[in-house]
Design a protein. Sequence first.
Length: 380
Amino acid sequence: MRLLAGLGGALLLAVVLWDAFETIILPRRVNRRLRLTRAFYGATWAPWAASARLVRAGNRRELFLSFYGPLSLVLLLVLWAAGLVTAFGLLQYANGSAMHAAGNEAPGLATDLYLSGTTFFTLGLGDVAPEGSFARLLTVIESGLGFGFLAIVIGYFPVIYQAFSRREVTISLLDARAGSPPSAAELLHRHGGGPEGAAALLQLLHEWERWSAELLETHLSYPLLAYFRSQHSNQSWLAALTTVLDASALVMVAAEGACARQARLTFAMARHAVVDLAQVFRTRPRPAPEDRLPAPVLAKLTADLAAAGFPLLAGTVATGRLTELRRTYEPYAAALSGYLLQPLPAWRHEKPRRDNWQSSAWDRTLLARITDRGEGSGEG
């Protein structure tokens, strides 16, 4: 029995330490299926997402989903700590519970786990003391490991939240450039035609090429960032990435020169990100539930952009080229959308929408006060 406990403890210790190393320290994607972290997120995200589907889509659902990312990070650290404490407790038990306990309490597995817990968290209560060279060695190793674990946790949280902050800053900048929620038609319409519009669009595509590259790097190294929701319910990293892909595809089909070249570079980087992230979460590409760009919407989009000085899609050849480009990324984006419960953006909004910077919870109250004052002065 004690031999099996020792083997189990050694195996558990190796699994937890290697999983924590791959998750926190190793700066690259891990494709191995059998991972403690992968099993944890697979077991917790499915019921959380199923519960979220019971909530009406909108702010309440987004609020509920926003708790998962930070909470899962805390629970993952708790899981690692519990695994290490259990592993060292089993090793002490396999060593014969070689310790001295205060009072008349007989040493056993419960006492071994208690000693392991107090050692790992460096409590040093002194009511249980190891006896024998191997038991003391295990205690010293666990104490040092617990100290190192706490240090890694302290350094891990800032890295995660700095990466999240950098991601969200650029998404917030998209609000005034592509609307809320963003759309490719709105992005190109607001930049318009002419030399100034083309220069601004060129710079924006360049910035979003770098953003896509950083998104790919950070979310491959720390996939749990994909579960972190944006500050506004009508924004998300997946919607922003898809909008950039849509706009780049349109520019690639219609524009020429430096802008078209930059659009190709941005499209390549953004597609690389969406495909690799779909592989990370093992979401098979699938068609979107509804066609995001049916023929009537495409006709209206073309007319709107032409009126804004951005003529697009001249002829069936260009339309076919756009369809081919869409097939290279939309199935992956649709798969991620269904898994993460982040809706994909529309190509074009039928009705005008107010941007996030134009709306506030105080607007209605302020407008009502102004109206009341106006009516009051009129009666006087």
